[in-house]
Ligand binder design. Sequence first.
Ligand SMILES: *Cc1c(COP(=O)(O)O)cnc(C)c1O
Length: 393
Amino acid sequence: MENTLQFGRFGGQFVPPPVVEALKELEAEFEKAIKDPEFWEEYNYILTEYVGRPSPLYYAENMTKDLGGGKIYLKREDLNHTGAHKINNTIGQILLAKRMGKKKVIAETGAGQHGVASATAAAMFGMQCDVYQGKEDIIRQKLNVFRMELLGATVHPVERGTQTLSDAVDAAIEAWVEDVENSFYLLGSAVGPHPYPTIVKEFQKIIGQEALEQIKEKEGRLPDYCIACVGGGSNAIGLFDAFVPYKEVKLIGVEGAGKGVDTELHAATMTKGTEGVIHGMNTIAIFNEDGTPKPVYSISAGLDYPGIGPEHAYLKDTGRVEYVPATDDEAVDAFKYLSEKEGIIPAIESSHAIAYAMKFAPTLDKDEVIILNLSGRGDKDVEAIKEYMDSKA
Ligand SMILES: *Cc1c(COP(=O)(O)O)cnc(C)c1O
């Protein structure tokens, strides 16, 4: 077991020896790839021509005026191909898989967003794609299962445990280790054993790099605040990374508080969690008394994860990033609000960040600037939100 930690006391590789071997091979190739200009040339070409980058940094004028405080800019990751930031990472990782001569990618998925992004990248590169998804999630997410199948992927139902994301991660890692010669494990968030959190950040940090350039062009200065929702933490670290060195920029991560942090039904890892090992990393997570990951709850499937990436645990520990909760009700209000005010239907995950901005922006001066990461679009959520609103009516 390799316990060199990457982020203060967080990170590491808490996995069995065969996985350590596979991770070593991956790390070696990753280190080579990021020093190779041809690798970045291909990554940037695909992000421009296929994904549609750079994504705009849109001044949300209606929202800003209505809230009557700080100036709000939306980083429009919702406009990417497949509708969220996840494609940035799947493109980067599939390029690594190609370099390593792999023929097959394996991915886990909860609601199906990362499964769809993986299946998309695999289709584009002519690779086989095996997606592991909890049986419970397969039933709840029929349309995404069909999408993955349309894209040529095979969806494997996982029937152990709670039959959700946590179990899908375990099953995907097992499948990877069984066929490590031919397969590449395409991990969907900034979580898991080293080097995954570092790899995922490397491929998501383009969000913050673009935003930094864009805000300098539009405002001639740095923002005062960057706000992003956090599930595993990939869109948030992607936005934050470029701003971390600038201490005057305050960074805020918003997590899913479900029915409230004082109920049993939430996914507020940072507010309620403790330090421990989950999915191969030492981080902050919500555990059962026996130390196993505790099933958590959020209206948003993308935030419904009991852990968080180890770098976020470190950024919280050092005080560089503040983490705050937003409830289901607040997120649904924000979902409606942005749709009405700006004509943009946000993902329910991103709606948590919007919910916080709606409370926070009015407390700021008019010359203060917020960048809010709109991690995805809400087309996938409209049915569930309608049901939620009907049940409340
Ligand atoms: C998956 C997802 C998230 C949560 O994942 P992170 O790794 O925390 O970014 C947030 N927003 C959208 C739109 C997603 O699809």
